[in-house]
Design a protein around this ligand. Structure first.
Ligand SMILES: Cc1cc2nc3c(=O)[nH]c(=O)nc-3n(C[C@H](O)[C@H](O)[C@H](O)COP(=O)(O)OP(=O)(O)OC[C@H]3O[C@@H](n4cnc5c(N)ncnc54)[C@H](O)[C@@H]3O)c2cc1C
Ligand code: SF4
Length: 512
């Protein structure tokens, strides 16, 4: 935050006693969705209080060591996984939520995604054309633009070259970054403050418009009066230790839950199974499971330089996957390397010659749940099953990434998948990736794209909210995080979440 805005963010050291405040709207969660709502309502003259459990981070607080950084910025130190089929999944705990640590990728889903929502979930008025004005508004506010060639670096441009050689459409990724320097550090925090995370974009604007932003506050319960949400209460928590202290209560005319799709269902459950006559709260958990292949080139690639994720191909969206370039700290990438000891050291020495490209898959046959633990913890119990047909989709994506690598001149690839060779040296050898029958457990997959746990549905018996995020069976209660997607977006979710939140804010303002 800039000097003048920073004073308006309340931090842990400033809470000395229990307190109560009043507002028109209390927003829970400062991720991309909550921040848009806070700004839009404050700009319309509403008294907004936004509550965030995590602390603010400045560039001085960012740690380049990937594992150490995760332990500070992510819930459960970044080691959260599902039961059933194990899939690691990260949710941030920080001012700005996921936007502080994400790759800033902003993609509008194609119309067929929204047609699928409409047909399967009785949703009206939520086609791409209906949402485009909201995408436009967020895009203009954040300066979302394609990644310039000067900061792509070799590891991104080689992807473009491989796609060109094969006649596969590809494009520079549009991101919420202004003046990106191609440092590839989005995951541990953008030290040059080019990435327009919420703490330096929507939240300062919300504060400027009169919103109050209070950090280190864990909301534990939504309060109600009859069928109306009337506020929230919880406790001050110390950053990193999570130690709880003073109590607080915010009374408000409306409550907006934007705590993320793994926290909002827990809050509803712990508030007396609120808004859950449909029985859908905490159900339908979906991910975009991701896999990545490391490709090693004959010449140095110097992967340390380049936008974290600079190029993508949307050519296979209808087949169920999206292709992207990706970089992360070597310690995080090494999780997928075969071998250990001397073998592992040899592979690490190849990193300067390497690029890493990934696929994310649309897996709406693979479903899970978010359930509360007993006791005071708000961490969820997650279960998820990877459907065998979805696993074949991911296998198809592996083969396409292999084709692009060899077309770009790679001398070998490391698929990192059980049941296929650890190293593949030619496109002929790579045919095994196309023909192999994959078991869901063959992949070392992960996903930070999660959704659908409080889904919208036109029928109140089958969903938790309507397309504007209004809870079907409560007044004054809006849910706006990615949990309200009825089905995955097939592309990176943040931008869709923000566009929907932008529309929800207008609906809520009309009602106040
Ligand atoms: C490493 C990583 C990279 C990613 N890259 C991209 C990308 O490039 N593009 C993209 O589209 N998506 C990306 N994503 C996903 C994207 O960041 C999320 O989909 C997005 O942040 C979801 O926004 P949200 O507002 O729904 O929730 P969140 O961003 O999760 O924000 C929720 C906030 O609520 C707070 N909160 C939770 N519970 C409470 C409580 N009880 N009291 C108070 N506060 C609470 C949390 O601390 C958090 O700050 C990435 C995610 C990660 C982790
Ligand atoms: S690549 Fe580097 S400079 Fe660009 S947005 Fe990410 S962290 Fe910031």
């Amino acid at each position: 935050m800039s000097g003048s805005d920073r004073g308006a963010v309340r931090v842990f050291a400033e809470y000395e006693r229990d307190f109560t405040e009043q507002a028109d709207v209390v927003v829970v969660g400062s991720g991309p969705c909550g921040s848009v709502v806070a700004y839009e309502l404050a700009a319309r003259g509403k008294r907004v209080v936004l509550l965030e459990e995590g602390p603010p981070f400045t560039p001085q607080d960012f740690e380049l060591d990937g594992a150490f950084s995760m332990s500070r910025t992510m819930r459960e130190a970044g080691l959260r996984t599902t039961r059933g089929t194990v899939i690691p999944t990260m949710q941030a705990i920080a001012l700005g939520g996921g936007s502080l640590v994400n790759s800033a990728i902003c993609v509008r889903p194609p119309d067929f995604v929204f047609e699928g929502w409409e047909e399967n979930f009785e949703i009206e008025g939520t086609r791409r054309a209906d949402l485009d004005p909201h995408f436009d508004a967020v895009e203009a506010f954040l300066g979302i633009a394609p990644t310039p060639d000067e900061v792509q670096g070799q590891r991104n441009l080689l992807f473009r070259d491989g796609c060109d050689a094969l006649g596969i459409d590809s494009e520079p990724i549009a991101r919420n970054a202004r003046g990106c320097r191609g440092s590839g550090e989005c995951f541990t925090g953008c030290r040059s403050r080019a990435k327009q995370s919420m703490d330096i974009s929507y939240l300062p604007a919300a504060i400027h418009a009169g919103a109050r932003v209070l950090t280190s506050l864990q909301v534990q319960e939504v309060l109600t009066e009859g069928r109306r949400a009337s506020g929230v209460r919880g406790q001050v928590v110390e950053p990193f230790s999570g130690r709880r202290s003073h109590r607080f209560q915010i009374d408000a005319k409306a409550v907006v839950l934007a705590a993320g799709c793994m926290a909002t269902p827990i809050l509803l459950s712990k508030s007396g199974n609120l808004a859950n006559r449909s029985g859908q709260v905490g159900r339908n958990l979906q991910f975009h499971p991701g896999i990545a292949i490391l490709g090693v080139f004959p010449e140095k690639v110097d992967p340390g330089f380049g936008a974290t994720q600079g190029y993508q191909s949307l050519a296979f969206l209808r087949e169920g996957f999206k292709l992207e370039t990706l970089w992360a700290p070597a310690a995080v990438l090494a999780v997928r390397f075969p071998g250990y000891g001397h073998d592992l050291k040899t592979r690490l020495a190849e990193v300067p010659y390497a690029a890493n490209w990934d696929a994310i898959a649309s897996c709406h046959r693979s479903l899970g749940t978010v359930r509360p633990k007993r006791g005071a913890s708000l961490d969820p119990i997650l279960t998820w099953r990877f459907h065998s047909e979805d696993a074949q989709v991911l296998g198809g994506a592996l083969y396409q990434i292999a084709r692009i690598f060899f077309a770009a001149g790679a001398r070998k690839i490391l698929p990192g998948v059980y049941g296929v060779p650890g190293e593949i040296h030619s496109i002929e050898e790579a045919d095994v990736l196309r023909t192999h029958r994959y078991a869901p457990t063959d992949f070392v997959t992960a996903s930070n794209h999660a959704f659908c746990t409080t889904r919208m549905h036109g029928d109140p018996a089958k969903g938790v909210v309507d397309p504007r995020g209004r809870a079907h069976e409560m007044d004054g209660l809006f849910l706006v995080d990615t949990g309200i997607f009825p089905r995955c977006t097939s592309v990176n979710p943040m931008f869709t979440g923000m566009a929907l939140a932008h529309r929800s804010a207008a609906a809520l303002a009309d009602q106040l």
